[in-house]
Design a protein around this ligand. Structure first.
Ligand code: COA
Ligand code: AMP
Length: 632
């Protein structure tokens, strides 16, 4: 008898102990959990607290022990460097044991933090799993972040070691990571004991004697590390994400919960079986990379692709189809922006027809709202279901999606799908009460969140409560707004805070404003996210200069743009800024950012009743026109 997904979901809601302990059977435990949920420290919920396990053992060693050591674990496909390589599960076991041994030999122990700053190479995955092997907590920093962002994370995580690549390779050229690391260490007040540098032949970095070790040399002669027992609720990793201020939030990922939940998703959501090839075209620096390049495919015994390239330009808009056909990819997961880029470069889908992509059975999109044009284009040209799903760094796996492997429920374009097990998702009004179906509201999830979701923020319990739990009593506030339809499908429309989404990357306009106001000539500023047909949104800054400032505006704008790149990094894509005399505000002094967004996007807007001086909006309109908005 087949069980409908609705029944599966209802079991998980009615009897979470039964549901999650059954899901936990898929994991190899050193000490099995006797219960699933521990609520005694609520609202800091813990899953599988009385268990012990090892993440690397579950993702690597057990597949070797089960006779699958020769199966490919990772395929590194790098069109940008013109290279390919692969690692079997056995080779991955060996690589993690040796690097884990090198870390251990230099004093890294269970619970110590290790920062990883690497490009999309297989060694980045080896580094993450080597940490898991010895029970160290890794924190990967995306390569597109600048030294100052890396320094902030070093100071918050206080790592005993940093593992970095010498460089990354972008279409614009080589990005030397090593000097960025050196600069970050000169800014940070915390000092790691040592750094391990993976030297890429394409550009090697200069090692600092006494601090920096070569990746290969430091592994010579060390004793390979065994997998240590880690408490189920202990952190597997920290991943920093944008909040409303310049200080990023350190999302804590608990070891057992995330493996249990991720394993469940591989078949039930993504519809892959062990041994099949799964490709998340993202970066290990983001949560999609953590969950779906590394932990989920490997814990489930799949082959995962580590792709170092872009959807277009490396060398062309056919790269994705080449990778699918060469490696037999069954499921592709990427962000809509990647498909917008491909569609723009190859509107007729000519490249698609040059490859045999018959292995591909479904395309999953997440990271930002999927626009229907892109979804329909992908569906038409690929001939496979295109499935949206919505989740966040904080949750680590799908909140709302299509459980394709459990039941192929009807797909509604524009909707991210239905809630996944463990998520009791509600749409709330400002009074905290549920709004009727079809009405827009804040999307919130009733506590407790399912296994794998953040139990708290690193060393910041108060900030966790304040950021997520304070708005609606008994709920986790997602920061997204949307609505539910009469069939229980959710539509995620926009953020309720000042987070913007640029090419699937989450960025804080609040942080950008802090950087702009640091300019000596800037008296006041505002940053908004404006619509962009490729990246979804782009940040745009308004600068009000100090009285008496007589420097050319263009110089101040150029300096502000350069400073944003210097402080946040290229990933901020901050290239639009304009000087204005005043900012539009309410009578109580709040900047009217959402009205400015509507003017920039050319969407309908009403004069806010609380506006202090309506004439300022004319000035804003003129300033935006100078930048070509609306119209981009
Ligand atoms: N290391 C160093 N720099 C990096 C980097 C990395 N790992 N990743 C990106 N950058 C740099 C880029 O070189 C670019 O710098 P530039 O301003 O000097 O050109 C900048 O950061 C912005 O990068 P990106 O967002 O990738 O924009 P793009 O214009 O180079 O490419 C897309 C646009 C749409 C093709 C690209 O964003 C993309 O492929 N997105 C896929 C979606 C995705 O991976 N989302 C992640 C979450 S699922
Ligand atoms: P991140 O934590 O970087 O993964 O970003 C999470 C945020 O991206 C969410 O809170 C949403 O704002 C947005 N997002 C992710 N997936 C979707 C989706 N499928 N539809 C709409 N927005 C999404």
């Amino acid at each position: 008898m087949t069980v409908s997904f609705r029944e599966v979901y209802e079991v998980a809601q009615r009897d979470p102990e039964r549901f999650w302990l059954a899901a936990a059977d898929a994991i190899d435990w050193m000490r099995p959990p006797t219960r699933a949920l521990h609520s005694d420290r609520a609202p800091f919920y813990e899953w599988f607290r009385d268990s012990e396990l090892n993440g690397c053992f579950n993702c690597v060693d057990r597949h070797v022990e089960n006779g699958n050591g020769d199966r490919l674990a990772l395929i590194h496909d790098s069109p940008i460097t013109g290279t390919q390589s692969s690692l079997t599960y056995r080779q991955l076991q060996d690589a993690t044991a040796r690097l884990g041994g090198a870390l251990k030999a230099r004093g890294v122990e269970k619970g110590d933090r290790v920062i990883i700053y690497m490009p999309m190479i297989a060694e980045a995955v080896v580094a993450m799993l080597a940490c898991a092997r010895i029970g160290a907590i890794h924190s990967v920093v995306f390569g597109g972040f600048a030294a100052a962002e890396l320094a902030t994370r070093i100071d918050d995580a206080k790592p005993k070691a940093v593992i970095a690549g010498s460089c990354g390779v972008e279409p614009s050229g080589i990005v030397a990571y090593k000097p960025l690391l050196d600069q970050a260490l000169s800014i940070a007040s915390h000092r790691p004991d040592f750094c391990i540098i993976f030297q890429r032949d394409i550009q090697r970095g200069e090692l600092v004697p006494g601090r920096d070790l070569d990746w290969n040399a430091c592994q010579d002669g060390v004793e390979p590390a065994e997998c240590v027992a880690v408490g189920g609720a202990e952190p597997a990793y920290l991943l920093y994400t944008s909040g409303t201020t310049g200080k990023p939030k350190g999302v804590v990922r608990p070891t057992a919960g995330h493996l249990v939940a991720l394993h469940w998703t591989m078949k039930n959501i993504y519809d892959v079986d062990p041994g099949e090839v799964f490709w998340a075209a993202s970066d290990v620096g983001w949560v999609v990379g953590h969950s779906y390049i590394v932990y989920a495919p490997l814990v489930h015994g799949n082959t995962s692709i580590v792709f170092e390239g872009k959807p277009i330009g490396t060398p062309d808009a056919g790269t994705f189809w080449r990778v699918i056909s060469e490696h037999g990819v069954k499921t592709l997961f990427t962000a809509p922006t990647a498909f917008r880029a491909i569609k723009r470069a190859d509107p007729e889908g000519r490249f698609i027809r040059q490859y045999d992509i018959s292995s591909l059975k479904s395309l999953f999109l997440a990271g930002e709202r999927s626009d229907s044009d892109t979804v329909e284009w992908a569906q038409r040209h690929l001939g496979v279901p295109v499935l949206d799903h919505w989740w966040q760094t904080e949750t680590g796996f799908t909140i709302v999606g299509y459980p394709w492997g459990a039941e192929q429920i009807p797909v509604k374009t524009g909707s991210a799908g239905v809630p996944m097990p463990g998520y009791d998702v509600r749409v709330l009004g400002t009074d905290g009460e549920e709004v009727p179906d079809g009405d827009l509201g804040a999307i919130a999830v009733r506590l407790p969140l399912p296994p794998g979701c953040l139990p708290t923020l690193w060393n910041a319990d108060d900030r966790f409560r304040e950021s997520y739990l304070s708005e609606f009593d008994g709920y986790y506030e997602t920061g997204d707004a949307g609505y539910r339809d009469e069939d229980g499908y959710f539509y995620v429309m926009a953020r309720t805070d000042d987070v913007i989404n640029v090419a699937g990357h989450r960025l804080s306009t609040g942080q950008m404003e802090e950087i702009l106001s640091g300019h000596p000539d800037v008296a006041e500023c505002a940053v908004i996210g404006v619509h962009d047909s490729l990246k979804g949104q782009l940040p745009l800054g308004f600068l009000c200069l100090n009285a008496g400032c007589d420097r050319p505006e263009s110089e101040i704008v150029a300096e502000s743009i350069a400073e944003m790149r210097n402080q946040i990094g290229a990933v901020a894509a901050f290239k639009l800024a304009v000087v204005v005399d005043r900012l539009p505000k309410t009578r109580s002094g709040k900047i009217l950012r959402s009205t400015m967004v509507k003017i920039a996007d050319g969407t309908e807007w009403n004069m806010p009743a609380t506006i202090d001086d309506p004439t300022i909006l004319d000035e804003i309109e003129l300033a935006l026109k100078r930048l070509g908005y609306p119209g981009n």
